[in-house]
Design a protein around this ligand. Structure first.
Ligand code: SF4
Ligand code: SF4
Length: 120
């Protein structure tokens, strides 16, 4: 169990990539092994950034910036009906973005609801 601490510093990093979770065993069966999968996906601009054997997951990252991300890292649709719910909720679990102002520390009771202050 983890608790989220910190706050959004508006760095905009989470708006520059799309992160996808894949089913690990089925994917590796299809491609043969992890290196083959990485090679195949690299030609499409997709990076395998992690795996969790216990949860049977692979983590992909695609460098596709959001079209609503302004040059000053502000979200153009912040506090409008056009902002996806997932953007308010991010991050709901540990991620690998160094610049992010949120951190996860061991312990329960973290706040994972809508983040009205998150503008990035
Ligand atoms: S909609 Fe806004 S918060 Fe969501 S990814 Fe795009 S710029 Fe970022
Ligand atoms: S949620 Fe984190 S990564 Fe995203 S803009 Fe805020 S500080 Fe940056």
């Amino acid at each position: 169990m983890w608790t989220r601490t910190g706050e959004c510093n508006g760095c905009g990093e989470c708006c520059k990539t799309v992160n996808i979770i894949a089913v690990r065993d089925a994917t590796l069966e299809q491609h043969g092994n992890l290196e083959e999968l990485k090679l195949y996906l690299s030609y499409r601009g997709i990076r395998v950034v992690g795996e969790d054997v216990e949860k049977n997951r692979l983590y992909y990252s695609l460098e596709v910036p959001c079209r609503e991300l302004a040059p000053d890292h502000r979200c153009r649709v912040h506090l409008t009906p056009g902002k996806p719910l997932i953007c308010y909720r991010y991050p709901w679990e540990k991620d690998d973005i160094e610049e992010c102002g949120y951190r996860f520390v061991p312990g329960g009771g973290g706040r994972l609801g809508r983040q009205e202050e998150k503008s990035g």
